[in-house]
Design a protein around this ligand. Structure first.
Ligand code: ADP
Ligand code: MG
Ligand code: ZN
Length: 182
């Protein structure tokens, strides 16, 4: 029987804003690059903070990435890499679920970072199904701006009501369960 030494899998890094998701994603992808693996990194078009073709963390670490408008574009590039990094996964269409699973079945490693909760505290976009499908889930916390406890909520401090409002500390704060006001 022919056996692959390494089959594919899905890793999720989730948590609120400022919890170090992008930092952790970059850390894992850079390590894969050190191991001479081919790495491709994607982010959705919605996230236009800082820089066009880099994934940038709040502490300004960055890594070259490809901006895509839909999840299909990721699958079209499947032959370009062994390791696929995806940031801000909550902004992708549900097609990302199928694509992550297909890539994993084709022996790719997929590392997905994204918000688990939207600003009302509800599950954000395709993330909940990806959490179910993943082999590995890391949930990271930020520090609550009000009390210093571990923060797993993103408090919107601007008055906008749209689900997607891209912003930084001008619009959001990390908050713990007690300090979060939905
Ligand atoms: P994420 O991708 O989860 O939004 P990043 O990886 O971009 O997070 O940024 C994490 C960095 O954000 C931290 O290392 C720290 O420098 C900074 N930061 C800003 N506000 C906070 C906070 N309230 N709690 C923790 N880190 C914060
Ligand atoms: Mg991030
Ligand atoms: Zn708090």
């Amino acid at each position: 029987m022919v056996r692959h030494k390494n089959s594919g899998w899905i890793e999720i890094i989730c948590g609120p804003m400022f919890s170090g998701k992008t930092e952790e994603l970059i850390r894992r992808l850079v390590r894969a690059q050190y191991a001479k693996q081919n790495v491709a990194i994607f982010k959705p078009k919605t996230d236009d903070r800082y820089s066009d073709d880099y994934i940038v963390s709040h502490n300004k670490r960055k890594i070259k990435s490809i901006i895509v408008e839909s999840s299909d574009e990721i699958y079209e590039l499947k032959d370009s890499a062994d390791v696929f990094g995806i940031d801000e996964a909550q902004f992708f269409d549900d097609g990302i679920i199928d694509i992550a699973n297909k890539l994993a079945r084709e022996d790719k490693r997929i590392v997905i970072a994204g918000l688990d909760k939207d600003y009302t505290g509800k599950s954000f976009g395709p993330i909940h199904q990806l959490l179910v499908d993943a082999e590995y889930v890391s949930k990271v916390n930020a520090i609550c701006i009000s009390c210093g406890d571990p923060a797993s909520f993103s408090q919107r401090i601007s008055s906008e009501k749209d689900l997607v409002v891209v912003g930084e500390t001008d619009k959001y704060e990390a908050r713990c369960r007690k300090c979060f006001k939905p």
